[in-house]
Ligand binder design. Sequence first.
Ligand SMILES: Nc1ncnc2c1ncn2[C@@H]1O[C@H](COP(=O)(O)OP(=O)(O)OP(=O)(O)O)[C@@H](O)[C@H]1O
Length: 337
Amino acid sequence: MGQPSTVPARDGAETTSPTSSEGSPAVSVRELTKSYGDVVAVDGVSFDVEAGTVVGLLGPNGAGKTTLIKSMLGLVVPTSGTARVDGIDVHTDPTAAYGRVGAMLEGARNVYWRLSVRENLEFFAGLAGHRPTEVRERHDRLLDQFGLAEKADVAVNDLSRGMKQKVALACTLSRDVRVAFLDEPTLGLDVESSMDLRRELRRLTEQEEMTVVLSSHDMDVVEDVCDRVVVVNEGSVVADDTVRNLVDLFRSKRYRFTLDSLPSRATRERLSSTYDVATDEWETVGDTVEFETALSDGERLHALLGDLLAAGCAVHDVTSVDPDLEDAFLRLTEREV
Ligand SMILES: Nc1ncnc2c1ncn2[C@@H]1O[C@H](COP(=O)(O)OP(=O)(O)OP(=O)(O)O)[C@@H](O)[C@H]1O
């Protein structure tokens, strides 16, 4: 299968450019390129993020996600192209842009473990020029929402890992930010803490119209909280669509065959070269043998069935394998599923 180019909207309609309250997308990246010497980390990337949505930025290691996030935060100067937050160019007007964004780049490593939870909130709000009294109400609300009220005066060092991560997210929100950039927000969290954090992200976007751009290698998290996913590979966008559409893109294209016995080596080699059935795909399950392969259309499915029958293989069952976001991601970035 060839590498797909940017995935268009499913119905072929133009994707509308959603807007924030000020008439611009919450985040807008245009033809952004960043090179480090000969290495092109980000290569002509464009996308918009609608206000009040969660967009996942996915890609294999080294794809360019961090460079992209840092460019959107004004921490990296692009070689060319622009990044805007609420219509403000983050490189030509960094002060105005900074007032609207929060970032959690290295999770709990960014917060001060010797300070109490509340002191951390006050410190991060103070960096943006807010006095503790001005933001007290906001901080009380955050502490309540994150289940941290009872720990407000406890040093971060004495909290569980999940709580530390929540403190880091609360610090990102310690002042009124409209867009939050979160790099691996659930990294290292147990299932319950990860669920809590996901719930909080959904609430922030649904009830407070906050916009979130997150990067994660955890597809469950992405599938759970993201409205849309931008997949980056080797510095370029290879897909930009809803989770559902990306999963649907590969639906019914992967099949699992169950045979009564292992075909001869010659047949297996032929299937490997003609239908891309990996030689290590054959799996014995009870009295049967199974393999999986991706087929582009019904004709290929028929041809493979015909070849199996001609080779004397008794086909017991053929089922289509339901893909998930992980399958879609691996296929989009040309990795083995
Ligand atoms: N400061 C830098 N100097 C030189 N090369 C860099 C620098 N930062 C990133 N790169 C290179 O740019 C490319 C993209 O890196 P980046 O960190 O943006 O990828 P990533 O998708 O965030 O990866 P990961 O998932 O591993 O964090 C890589 O080839 C990386 O080696």
